[in-house]
Structures are given as C-alpha cells and as structure tokens.
Design a protein around this ligand. Sequence first.
Ligand SMILES: CC(C)(COP(=O)(O)OP(=O)(O)OC[C@H]1O[C@@H](n2cnc3c(N)ncnc32)[C@H](O)[C@@H]1OP(=O)(O)O)[C@@H](O)C(=O)NCCC(=O)NCCS
Length: 383
Amino acid sequence: MTTDTPAYSPGLEGVPIAESALSLVEGQVGRLTYRGYSIEDLTGPQGTFEEIVALIYDGELPKPARILEMKRHLEAERGLTPGQIEFARSAAKLTHPMFALQAAVAILGPMDNDFERKVSTVTERGLSLTAKVGHLVGVIAQAVAGRPYEGPRPGESHAHMMLRMITGKEPSDLHTRVMDALLILQADHSAGNASTFTSRVVTSTKAEPESVVASAIGALSGPAHGGANEHSLRLFMEIGDPAGAEPKIQRLLEDKYKIPGFGHRVYHVKDPRSKVIQTLAAEVIKGETPEADHYQIALMVEKVATARLGDRGLFPNVDLFSGCVFEAIGIPIDIFTPVFAASRTAGWTANIREQWDSGNRIFRPAQIYVGAPVREYVPIDKR
Ligand SMILES: CC(C)(COP(=O)(O)OP(=O)(O)OC[C@H]1O[C@@H](n2cnc3c(N)ncnc32)[C@H](O)[C@@H]1OP(=O)(O)O)[C@@H](O)C(=O)NCCC(=O)NCCS
C-alpha cells in the first residue's frame, strides 16, 4: 500500500497552516497589508492603535464613532486587579520582562478551563487581552525601573498609557504618535509567523485565550523572532562606532552567526516595516544622542551586511532599526520585545477567533521517525 505523505519541509517552509483574512505578507514585492490596507497608509499621522484594532477585528476601516467606541472599550477592559499587578511586579524582579509578561498574562486566565463552552465570548476576551497586555507591560517596566505602580488615566489612549507607564515621563505628542505607529506596525503579520502559529496551535487544543497568548509570548521571546529587536541594539552597543561595523559583521558571518534584524523567511527584499520605521527614525532621532550613534551604526550594519548577503535575498527586517526608535522615545532595551508582544496581542487574539471560526481542528502534524527499530527490553540486571 502506498501513502501520499507530503514531503518533509523543515520549519514548515511553504506549507499553509491556516486560512486568514487579517493580514497579507507579500515577500517578493515587500508589502504588508491589514485587511487590504497598506501599513504605510495605516501608520499615517492620524493612525492610532485603536483604529487598527477595530480594522483587524471588524474587517473594515472604522468611522470616527467606531474608533471612539474601541478606545472606550479598551479603556474599560484594561483594568487589572491588585493581585495581578502585584504578581507582575514580583515576577519582574525575578526574570527578564518578557518572561515576567508571559507569567503575568497566564494568570489572567479564569479559574475554570472550559473555553469551548464560552467561545461566543472570543471577541470580548481577545479585546480584553489586547487592552490588558499593554497595561501589564507598563506595570512590568515600572517595577524593573524601581518605580511605584501608577496606572492608566481616564481618557488616555493605549499608546500614551503604555509610553507614560514605561518611561515614567509625560510623552510628547510626537512620541505618542511614534508609539502608535510602532504598535500598528507589529500588530499582525499573517498566521504563519512563529508566535501567531503558536497561538493557532494552542487555540486548537481549546485552551483559554490567556493561555494561548502566554504561549505566543514565549514564542515571540526568542532571538530568531521578536527578541531580535533587543539583540540588534545590543550588537550596535557592542560595535560602538560605525567604523567598527565592517570588521564585526565580517567576524560574525565567518562564525556563522545570524545578524539580528537581518533576513526573513518570506521577505526577500527589505521588510516594508523597516522602511516605515526609518521614516519614524528620521522624525525622532536627533542631535548627539546615544540613539543617533546607534542609528548610524545600524545604517552601517545595513550597508555592510547587504553587500555580503543581499544577493542571497537577505535584507533588513523590522528589527534592525526598531530598537533605535524604541530607544529614541525612551523605552528601555529589555522592554522592546514586551512592547512588540502588546502590539501583536491584537493579531494573536484575532487569529484565535479566526481559528475557532474555521472549525478549530486540532493541529497534529506527522513526524518522520529516525530512531531505533522496535527491540527487546533488557532488564536492569542484564544490561
Ligand atoms: C528570520 C530568520 C529566522 C529566518 O530563518 P530561515 O527562513 O529559516 O532562513 P535560514 O536560517 O534557513 O537562512 C537561509 C540562509 O541564509 C543565512 N541567513 C539567514 N539569516 C541570516 C542572518 N541574519 N545573518 C546571516 N546569515 C543569515 C543562513 O545562515 C542560511 O545560510 P545557508 O544556506 O548557508 O545555511 C533568520 O533570517 C534569522 O535568524 N535572522 C536573524 C534574527 C532576526 O532578525 N529575526 C527577526 C525576524 S523578523
């Protein structure tokens, strides 16, 4: 008997894992769209995270009244209990903020574990998580910085709340707009990226949405995925000077090290998000500042690495320049990936809903067994 086993594709390259109407990544032309609208348009001067959450969830560009409604909804949902705040603050003293966030999101889950019976609440739960994860990132950043808890203010937008809580300062309008743009840019990136795929897989076990998002945060933390933004800025700090970029990149490539912020499974041209981030960089990176120095090094890394890797289709991805912009608006380096997580929670949770809407068959792919054949057990005294 013959079986039609599909060819093994390491990393599931090219294997569709879901149908999604949320976002489209077009790797050859370098385009990212949410519900058909380009990220360049969505990150324009009027773009807000609330607008994009409404777009992703509703499928259409929201009218002003709907944006206001979404703003009020997220505001109403972002509250945390004193116990949740204390837990997040304690976790932030024990581990990297990303792991603290993962733990703090997991404990947002309910006392029961029977989401299938409550699946009609999937939109409500997803929006509540989107609101709460941003707040939690602020809580964790405050604890890491040794500041007391100071929560969201009435009427404050999601971006303003996050930036104020993270930095401990009143953000300017420019910085709030840049924060909105960063949250918009990272909100979704097709169902196939590692963390969103994780959210699909965990959803397929009928897990509670909080558990799904905690799992996705774990996937995002890795340096091959969201953690690359922190790693690229650390690399620039280590390089220290634009003239140091060439020898350092040369050495790293000789050692077969992957340059953080470079390369992508789908994009074989420059990541469109990194182009938007560079326009933001031009607005906020000014004067003789550490971020200006780091940005000059980033540009040199781009030049040197593109000369060596460009002909193989490897170009800057979202994480090469994002760290410099995060730094310019006052976000500490170990909070970069948690901010990414807060943004991507919108996409993860919308994918949870799509996964349920699509029938939610459990993911159970096959393996190719390469181990020992079936053999006789040997009792301990005979080995
Ligand atoms: C994003 C990433 C995980 C994609 O991985 P992938 O699709 O599995 O690609 P591969 O790792 O198979 O890479 C293909 C080839 O390009 C090389 N390559 C890929 N990214 C590279 C990088 N950043 N620096 C140097 N070489 C790289 C690989 O070494 C490999 O070379 P080989 O064929 O000689 O073995 C990978 O490019 C990477 O690790 N980049 C750095 C981390 C990063 O920025 N992540 C954020 C992504 S948004």
